[in-house]
Ligand binder design. Structure first.
Ligand code: ZN
Length: 135
C-alpha cells in the first residue's frame, strides 16, 4: 500500500515537462510570445493577455523572498514528518510569483527581499537562502 503524497500535484500531460525538468534539477516557467511576460504555475494560456503562444523556458532559479510563515502542524503526509517547515511565496527573477517551501534556513533569520536560490527535494523545487552576486 502506498502513502498518498499531497505535495506533488498529479502530473497531467500538460504539466509533465515541468515535473520531468524538476526531476533533473531544472525549473521551468512559461513565457508568452505575445506580451513577453512569464507566469507560474504553468498554464496553457497566458494569464496576462490570454495569448495562446506560450512556451516553456528554463528559469534562472534566482528569486527573492516575498512572504513566508512557519508551519508547525500539518497532518497530511509527507508534511507530518517535516514540521516545522517554512512555507513561502517568492518572486522569481523572471517575474512570476511562486508558492514554495524554504529549506536550509533559520526561520528567525528571514527577511522580505532576501535573495534565494532554487534547490530540489524529492523532485520538487524549493528554495534556500543565497544567490548573491557570484554564487
Ligand atoms: Zn501574454
Amino acid at each position: 500500500m502506498t502513502t498518498a503524497r499531497h505535495d506533488v500535484p498529479d502530473a497531467d500531460p500538460f504539466t509533465r515537462p515541468y515535473w520531468e525538468a524538476a526531476e533533473r534539477g531544472r525549473l521551468l516557467i512559461r513565457r508568452c510570445a505575445g506580451c513577453g511576460r512569464a507566469h507560474h504555475y504553468p498554464r496553457e494560456f497566458c494569464p496576462h493577455c490570454w495569448g495562446e503562444d506560450v512556451r516553456w523556458e528554463e528559469a534562472s532559479g534566482r528569486a527573492t523572498l516575498y512572504t513566508w510563515s512557519t508551519v508547525h502542524r500539518n497532518d497530511l503526509p509527507p508534511f507530518r514528518d517535516r514540521t516545522p517547515y517554512v512555507a513561502a511565496v517568492v518572486d522569481l527573477a523572471e517575474g512570476p510569483r511562486m508558492m514554495t517551501e524554504l529549506v536550509e534556513c533559520a526561520p528567525d533569520g528571514l527577511w522580505a527581499g532576501m535573495p534565494l536560490r532554487v534547490t530540489y527535494r524529492d523532485g520538487k523545487p524549493v528554495f534556500r537562502p543565497g544567490g548573491r552576486a557570484g554564487s
